[in-house]
Ligand binder design. Structure first.
Ligand code: NDP
Length: 444
């Protein structure tokens, strides 16, 4: 994209006319996987796969927005763990999702391409809207949540996450956010927080909405004031928002992290109960097949030391196999383990006696419906939840960004600058000045 194009998008007073006058480029640069490479890691153990190797920057054709869709000029995006999974081609190559989507017909057929533009977060400017879009117009500064639904069937009309055609944009659909342009459904759009830079604004989306549903929403753990919440990976993507929700909601987070720097970030957020799992050296598995309940108990004792004797009302789960048995064990009688992932393996093992005899519940949670994503974003626009960006890389260093997240070398979120330069996009400096410390807390 040329500089004048980006400058027009950047200028705070670029109205609808100025943006509509911009020509739509016929192609754009994007981070893609290639279908011809989907077997590149075949036979390579997961531990030896390097996701960055699968990513390429390519010039791809610009899709035309259809009815109810919008074409976005992407100023910034963020790395989510689903992009790591995509680039590992695990558990399945995402080209399978694109083909399945395409088989539903109509506009979905466009998504089946020999390349997959990844990315499930963006901040940017609406460039064009398709027929029938009324709420959004060219020039609007937006973020996009990643829920793609069709809502043609009845199942999703109470809770859009239950739509049989529910997909995660940029993971199970094409034209995602890690490019200079992106195609979204207009009902993915939400206002960008005026006090944040483009890269800060792009950071919360996916993980913030997920943490909101998982902890706060009626569909998740319905956290109450006073609850003790054990948060795995409390300074990571999901956990850095979960910690904020617990603190905002009058609960006590018990933050688990793996080094002192992350422990310090949690304390700076306001958490006083922090467990450094690398110091404690928990070994929840005696060997690959045998969980070690003594180690679950040791974690439980440490939690009680920190809470004055209480067990967690809620356990915020996502590491999966490695921790799940411990999570079920340490939850209080009647407590909830709410899970949205299995980073360390999806075949979990836990002792069911601790679940049924102590009337605990396991709740599955996945992303968020539009309303939940909107409420989570509203907290960001009101500066009640802050982005947890630690670094932002230009698009041509996207491989490094993905490898860092895969290697757990990051804190909070890693951003990607697509069209924007770092630091741009703030149109409410007064609000920003009031929250500068919190906004920059995760900066390396
Ligand atoms: P991050 O890598 O940013 O954070 C995860 C954190 O988990 C790390 O910081 C690490 O913290 C901790 N962790 C990793 N492995 C282990 C382990 N074996 N035992 C204990 N802690 C561990 O990722 P995200 O938070 O963005 O995502 C986490 C998972 O959730 C991913 O699998 C992702 O795909 C999934 N996810 C699912 C969503 C959904 O809608 N279903 C939405 C978003 C994410 P530390 O080392 O400090 O302990």
């Amino acid at each position: 994209m040329n500089r004048a194009f980006v400058e027009t998008l950047e200028s705070a007073d670029a109205g609808r006319g100025a943006v509509e006058a911009l020509p739509v480029p016929q192609s754009y640069r994007a981070a893609v996987l290639l279908e011809e490479e989907q077997e590149m890691f075949a036979g390579v153990p997961m531990a030896d796969r390097q996701p960055g190797k699968a990513l390429h920057l390519r010039e791809v054709a610009t899709p035309e927005p259809g009815p109810g869709e919008a074409l976005i000029a992407v100023m910034a995006s963020a790395i989510n763990y689903n992009t790591v999974w995509s680039a590992l081609f695990a558990p399945v190559p995402t080209f399978q999702f694109l083909k399945r989507y395409a088989r539903t017909g109509g506009l979905a057929a466009r998504h089946d391409l020999p390349y997959h533009v990844l990315g499930s977060d963006l901040s940017g400017v609406v460039l064009r809207t398709g027929p029938g879009v009324r709420l959004w117009k060219p020039g609007d500064r937006v973020v996009a949540h990643c829920l793609s639904v069709e809502l043609e069937e009845p199942e999703g009309h109470d809770d859009t996450m239950l739509d049989p055609q529910q997909r995660i944009w940029g993971y199970e659909t094409n034209f995602g956010g890690l490019g200079e342009l992106a195609l979204v459904k207009a009902n993915q759009l939400m206002p960008k927080a005026a006090h944040l830079t483009w890269e800060e604004a792009a950071a919360p989306g996916l993980v913030n909405s997920t943490a909101y549903r998982q902890l706060v929403s009626q569909h998740g753990a319905v956290m109450r004031q006073g609850d003790n919440v054990l948060i795995w990976g409390a300074a990571g993507g999901l956990g850095s928002y979960a910690t904020q929700y617990v603190l905002n909601g009058g609960g006590t987070p018990i933050c688990v992290v793996s080094n002192e720097q992350k422990a310090e970030i949690c304390r700076a957020m306001g958490a006083s109960a922090v467990i450094d799992r690398s110091v404690e050296q928990y070994r929840f598995w005696a060997d690959e097949q045998t969980p070690d309940p003594r180690e679950w108990r040791r974690l439980g004792e440490r939690i009680r030391e920190l809470t004055g004797g209480d067990d967690p009302d809620i356990v915020f789960e996502h590491p999966g196999r490695e921790t799940f048995g411990a999570s079920v064990y340490v939850a209080r009688r009647g407590g909830v383990v709410v899970t949205c992932a299995s980073t360390s393996g999806f075949r979990h093992e836990y002792d069911n006696r601790y679940l049924w005899m102590h009337l605990k519940r396991i709740v599955g949670s996945h992303f968020a419906n539009y309303r939940e994503a909107w409420l989570a974003n509203r907290l960001v626009t009101r500066a009640r939840i802050h982005p947890t960006l630690s670094a932002a890389y230009p698009l041509d260093r996207v491989r490094q960004a993905v490898d860092e997240v895969h290697g757990n070398q990051h804190h909070g979120k890693v951003g990607v600058l697509c069209l924007a330069d770092e630091g741009g996009g703030v149109s409410d400096p007064e609000t920003r000045a009031r929250h500068e410390n919190a906004i920059n807390r995760f900066r390396a």
